[in-house]
Design a protein around this ligand. Structure first.
Ligand SMILES: *[C@@H]1O[C@H](CO)[C@@H](O)[C@H](O)[C@H]1NC(C)=O
Ligand SMILES: *[C@@H]1O[C@H](CO)[C@@H](O)[C@H](O)[C@H]1NC(C)=O
Length: 158
């Protein structure tokens, strides 16, 4: 576990950016945990992801950057957004550091209820991270513990 945490620290350095190039729709799963007020995830896209048409996890080259974005609407309002990314390793969430945890730096706050919006993460993928498939969990939470949460897979390659 300790080693995993150490590795997780290296994984992905996230930065904020507006990425307007084409992104591919990918498969995702809503988290089993739910908050009192719901969040609807309408779509998740990853760029680059040439594998999406063959329904395989997106291959992301280490040392490159990639974006993961999702379209959502919420039944809640948010003036603050706590934004976390985890490596979901056999059910255990290992937080990835180097992530900007202030979601309001990415989308403009406040978030109003019942409005469609898109949230975009840009990841710089460290070469130190192992080559394998990862279940990535993304969770964005408001000040009252209501959240949006989903899982998706990526595959890191050389
Ligand atoms: C991620 O990579 C981009 C392009 O190489 C760079 O401009 C940016 O500063 C990096 N972000 C972080 C947080 O390292
Ligand atoms: C938000 O997007 C979803 C899926 O694209 C659509 O079904 C829904 O009507 C939209 N809602 C609003 C409030 O625009």
């Amino acid at each position: 576990m300790k080693m995993f945490l150490k590795v997780a620290q290296f994984i992905l350095v996230f930065s904020i950016s507006l990425n307007l190039s084409a992104a591919e729709l990918v498969r995702f799963q809503e988290c089993e945990e739910k908050s009192e007020l719901a969040c609807q995830i309408h779509a998740v896209r990853i760029n680059p992801c040439p594998e999406s048409s063959s329904d395989l996890p997106c291959k992301i080259k280490r040392g490159r950057s990639a974006s993961i974005e999702f379209d959502y609407s919420t039944d809640f309002r948010a003036t603050e957004l706590d934004s976390r990314v985890y490596w979901n390793n056999e059910g255990v969430d290992l937080p990835l550091i180097g992530v900007d945890t202030n979601g309001c730096n990415i989308v403009s706050c406040p978030i109003e209820a019942h409005v469609n919006n898109t949230y975009t993460w840009t990841l710089n993928v460290s070469k130190k991270f192992p080559i394998r498939t990862f279940d990535i969990k993304m969770k964005v939470k408001n000040e009252d513990e209501n959240f949006c949460c989903f899982l998706t897979k990526i595959r890191l390659t050389k």
